[in-house]
Design a protein around this ligand. Structure first.
Ligand code: HPA
Length: 237
């Protein structure tokens, strides 16, 4: 079975797929964390791999940037490759003073300026929420590892560059933790097909203080978030 965007066989993906935005991060995860790795997607260089962590089967693949990109990959993974769980492991920009660089944000729900979910849900404002079990398991693991984390709302925006300062002000006022570009779309498509999804992000920049992590700091933050996701993998032999 190959689809327009994934040239894998039907059984080549594990039930759980970790999705960083950047395909080179998928390659990094496969090379540094997984055993018995096989490359399963090459189309458009959206690199995908399946391997094992602690004996459990898992896949990793890039999502690209933005809701349209993650949605088309999630659609094919959920519908054609038997995938049950997609864990987005991404980065985000903080919208709150107390959410600091390198903190972890678990997206319990996603607010969006995108129209993508209205198109999918006949014009309604769908409540884009994480799968509760996945959220609960990952939050427990972060607590156990004494990582600094936040659980709440995230802002899925279509505009990385937004010249309207009111957007950030409004999101901050309503307690939204951080901005990114994929989660609302991912949560809605998971709901449409009765599948599960969770977004975990590390804070790579601060939208109130104009701060950014260096490339080195980004890597360390990414590793601790990733370890949570890998330690929470469901059993799949
Ligand atoms: N905006 C949108 N997406 C992001 C940001 C941001 O500030 N930081 C990391 N991903």
């Amino acid at each position: 079975m190959t689809t327009p965007h994934i040239n894998a066989q039907a059984n080549e993906f594990a039930k759980t797929v970790l999705m960083p935005g950047d395909p080179l991060r998928a390659k990094y995860i496969a090379q540094n964390y997984l055993d018995d790795v096989k490359q399963v997607n090459t189309i458009r260089n959206m690199l995908g791999y399946t391997g094992r962590f602690n004996g459990n089967r898992v896949s990793v693949m890039g999502s690209g940037m933005g809701a349209p990109s993650i949605c088309l990959y999630a659609h094919e993974l959920y519908n054609e490759f038997g995938v049950e769980n997609i864990i987005r492991v991404g980065s985000c920009g903080s919208l709150q003073e107390h959410v600091e660089l390198n903190d972890i944000v678990f997206a319990m729900g996603a607010t969006t300026d995108s129209n993508i979910n209205r198109i999918r849900t006949s014009g309604y404002d769908f409540a884009a929420i994480a799968d509760y079990d996945l959220l609960q398991q990952h939050v427990s693991k972060a607590r156990q590892k004494e990582l600094k984390f936040h659980v709440g709302s995230i802002f899925t925006t279509d505009l990385f560059y937004n010249s309207n300062p009111q957007t950030v002000k409004t999101m901050t006022r309503f307690g939204v933790l951080a901005a990114e570009m994929e989660t609302a779309g991912l949560y809605c498509i998971a709901a449409e097909f009765g599948k599960k999804a969770l977004t975990i992000c590390t804070v790579s920049d601060h939208l109130l203080f104009s701060q950014q992590l260096s490339a080195n700091e980004r890597q360390t933050g990414f590793d601790s978030m990733l370890e949570i996701a890998l330690l929470c993998l469901p059993e799949e032999k």
